[in-house]
Design a protein around this ligand. Sequence first.
Ligand code: FMN
Length: 218
Amino acid sequence: MPWIVGVSGASGTPYAAAVLRALLAAGEGVDLVVSRASRLTLLDETGISFRDAHWREDLREWLSRGADGKPDSFDVDVDVTGVRHWAPGDLAAGPSSGSYPTKGMLIVPASTACVAGVALGLSKDLLQRAASVTLKERRKLVVAVRETPLNGQTLRHLVTLDDAGATVVPASPAFYAGATHIQDLVDFVAGRVLDAAGAEHDLYRRWTGELGGGAGTT
Ligand SMILES: Cc1cc2nc3c(=O)[nH]c(=O)nc-3n(C[C@H](O)[C@H](O)[C@H](O)COP(=O)(O)O)c2cc1C
């Protein structure tokens, strides 16, 4: 069964790329939904215009880029055969129904608009509908919210999501895992998102209980 990966219009498209690379490397199937608004953040952060009609080549290009948005940081020939792409306006798509089997859904990054929409059950597009379906089916939903500061309204929506069974994973990197590059910080957040889903990965160095593993001490 695949994971649904929803990419919404918060800053942080490198987080989505890192999660997607890791899932594909682990041989997981992915149902991908890229919101309309996230095309703007992707364009801003990588220079890529994501087109539904050319999603394979645009996705390959996106996954080949690292945190600095520069091309070819990762294997240019990323295998995207495990990905099924759905247009965000396609409310008849598989993930819109609970009878479509999935392991769950990762929203990475999650905008506050998306958080609000899922908390209120708006289903304004396929991404939000798939998240509502994931909750109603009691499947795993991981929400990697990216905004700062957070207002009370968003905080209340996040509590609603937590109460509904979602795991909220703020996109907040830590510095104990020996980060020396921006990509290490990206991979830390992506790794914590995958941890929350229970998906295998090798994206960051785990805490061992021994102090002294940070970048300043190595
Ligand atoms: C360049 C850019 C960066 C943005 N960054 C954020 C962000 O970090 N967090 C956030 O909640 N919204 C951010 N937004 C606003 C969202 O894109 C906007 O609220 C949009 O309606 C979200 O729609 P979606 O959830 O359907 O993708 C950003 C917008 C742009 C254009």
